[in-house]
Structure formats: structure tokens, C-alpha cells
Unconditional design. Structure first.
Length: 341
């Protein structure tokens, strides 16, 4: 007599059973991030080799180079790493949550909410309240999303439709605020909306780092629930997974990561869309194996975009968002073409 198969819901215990290929690729991407960060630290008007830039972090012989690396370039590189990783993880969460490969923080309105609140803050007062205003805007949009889509739980389809509508409306509001703002305010807001790491300082790094350090372990611990939700609500409930509770938790994590990133570096589009797809191209793994790989991928994209923005049009320092969008827009069209095929 054969024994019946028993399906068990995924628990939340940490697991060390990683696919060797996934572990190897993730480690390689982590090393690539270190190399790219070192290249960015040594590149600029005061050039240095990779080894010189790394030694300047400890106790380099050149005090001028150490000052440039420690006070100007290192905060900027760390902000690119933190923001790129945060946006990449947020995009991975949303694509798994709504079961749509085109989902990202900017598509469903979270980035738009943070941007509109930040521009409103610049119009009404000053940049002193920019960070809390942007985070509050992202949280407000999340609350509105849950309110408008809740009918016996959150439906992924309704979440996308309502999010796209909110993004369009908030984009119009942002444009209106730019039009009626003074010229200096509008220029500051426009540069911020493009997404820039210019003049990043240590207090910015210390402001963004806690968000990632808190959210990342939670996402890693719960990531397996994104895999089981991909089977559909009925199957997930049959396996004992608290579908709606985890859906709300994942949405909160995506909002927190996106809001904090947008608040500190501006509205960087497409990082949350591109990073998960590139990670899936490198490994075939469930969400637990994709989280760190996606974080490294997003960080590398943003560090490279900022490096190109600094060096390609000297002496001008162009926003990194220009180059991310230059890559992201064709990639978005390519994804649409693949889905159509």
C-alpha cells in the first residue's frame, strides 16, 4: 500500500541548502561589485589605481587622495550600492508578489508617490524634510493601494491596475508642482527626479543603510513564500501559507526599500525592473536564491551608471538616472516583445 503524499507549507527557518551554482554566481557577483566599486573610487579628477584606492581606505600615503576617496567618492559609491540593492530587491518582491515580470516600484506607483511628496515638500518648505516626506509619500500610496484593491484580500491583478492608475495621476501632480514652482525649486526638483548621487555624504549613507539592514533579513527569511504564492492563491492556502498576511508583509518591505531609496537618491527608474531579470538569467533558482544576487546586480548597475555619469561628459557630472533609463527603456520594450512572442 502506497503512502499518501503530504504537502507541507514552507516554514520560516533559515536553510543552508543552496544550489552550488547559485552560490558560485552570487559570490562572483559580489566580487564583481567590489571590483567595480574600487574602480569608481579610483576614477576621477584625482585618478588612482585600484590598489591605491583600496589602500586609501586604510591609511594611504597620499593625504589628498585619502581625503578625496573617504569624503567624496566613498559615500557616493556606498549610496549607489545601497540604493541599487534596495531597488533591485523591491523589484524582485513586486514581480513575485503580482506574478508579473513587468512589475517594478515605478510601475505600480510607489516611486511616484515618493516623488510627488518630495516635490511637494520642496515647493512648500525646503530640502530639510525631503527624506521623511518621500518615505511618507510611498507609505501613503501603499495604504491607498491596499484600500482600493482589498476585496476578500489583495488580488495581484487589481494591484497592478490600480498601481498603474495611481502612478499616472501622481505623475501629473508632480508635473503640475514643477510648473507652478519657482525656477530654483523646479530645477532642484527636476535634478532630484532624474535620480542623482551627486554630493552624497556620510549622513545620507547612515540614513539609508538601516532600511536595507532591517528589510534584507526579513525578505531572506520569507522569500520562499513568494515561490509558493506563484502556484496561485488556492494552492498556497492549501499548503497552509498565510497568503494575505505575507502579501501585506512583502508589500510593506517593497514600499520601505523603495521609499527610503527614492528619498535619498531620487526617482531612479528601471533598476527594480532590470535587476531581477538579469539575476534570473544567471541562475535558475527560487526567490531565496535570487535575493542576494538581485541585490548585487542592482548595486553594480547603479555604481556603473554613476561612474559613467561622472566621467563620460567631463567636467559635467550627469545624473545616474539618465544612463539607467537609457538602458532600462529598451530593456522594457524587449520584455514586452518577449511576452508577446
Amino acid at each position: 500500500m502506497t503512502r499518501p503524499m503530504v504537502l507541507r507549507a514552507p516554514d520560516d527557518r533559515w536553510s543552508l541548502k543552496l544550489n552550488p551554482h547559485t552560490l558560485t554566481v552570487t559570490t562572483a557577483m559580489g566580487l564583481a561589485l567590489v571590483l567595480v566599486a574600487g574602480l569608481s573610487l579610483g576614477t576621477g579628477s584625482h585618478p588612482a589605481s585600484w590598489l591605491e584606492a583600496m589602500s586609501a581606505l586604510v591609511a594611504g600615503d597620499d593625504p589628498g587622495l585619502r581625503l578625496v576617496v573617504m569624503e567624496i567618492r566613498l559615500p557616493r559609491v556606498l549610496m549607489a550600492i545601497l540604493a541599487g540593492a534596495s531597488l533591485g530587491i523591491a523589484g524582485l518582491i513586486l514581480q513575485g508578489l503580482v506574478r508579473n515580470p513587468l512589475a517594478s516600484p515605478d510601475v505600480i506607483g510607489i516611486s511616484s508617490g515618493a516623488s510627488a511628496a518630495a516635490v511637494l515638500c520642496l515647493w512648500l518648505s525646503s530640502a530639510a524634510w525631503l527624506v521623511p516626506a518621500a518615505i511618507a509619500g510611498a507609505l501613503a500610496v501603499a495604504g491607498l493601494l491596499v484600500t482600493l484593491t482589498w476585496y476578500k484580500g489583495i488580488s495581484p491583478g487589481r494591484l497592478v491596475l490600480v498601481g498603474v492608475g495611481l502612478a499616472a495621476g501622481l505623475g501629473a501632480l508632480t508635473t503640475l508642482l514643477l510648473v507652478i514652482s519657482p525656477d530654483t525649486t523646479a530645477m532642484t526638483a527636476f535634478i532630484w527626479l532624474t535620480g542623482s548621487l551627486y554630493a552624497a555624504q556620510w549622513h545620507d549613507v547612515l540614513g539609508l543603510a538601516p532600511w536595507l539592514l532591517v528589510c534584507l533579513p526579513i525578505v531572506l527569511a520569507k522569500a520562499r513564500h513568494l515561490d509558493i504564492q506563484a502556484m496561485g492563491d488556492i494552492a498556497a492556502q492549501g499548503l497552509g501559507s498565510a497568503v494575505q498576511r505575507h502579501r501585506l508583509l512583502f508589500l510593506l518591505m517593497a514600499v520601505a526599500l523603495t521609499g527610503a531609496s527614492v528619498a535619498h537618491v531620487g526617482a531612479l527608474g528601471f533598476v527594480g525592473l532590470i535587476s531581477p531579470h538579469l539575476a534570473r538569467r544567471m541562475v535558475r533558482s527560487g526567490h531565496p536564491g535570487l535575493v542576494m544576487l538581485t541585490a548585487f546586480t542592482g548595486a553594480i548597475i547603479l555604481v556603473c551608471a554613476d561612474l559613467v555619469g561622472r566621467m563620460a561628459f567631463l567636467p559635467r557630472d550627469l545624473p545616474a538616472g539618465i544612463f539607467v533609463s537609457g538602458i532600462g527603456a529598451p530593456f522594457f520594450v524587449y520584455l514586452l516583445y518577449r511576452m508577446r512572442r
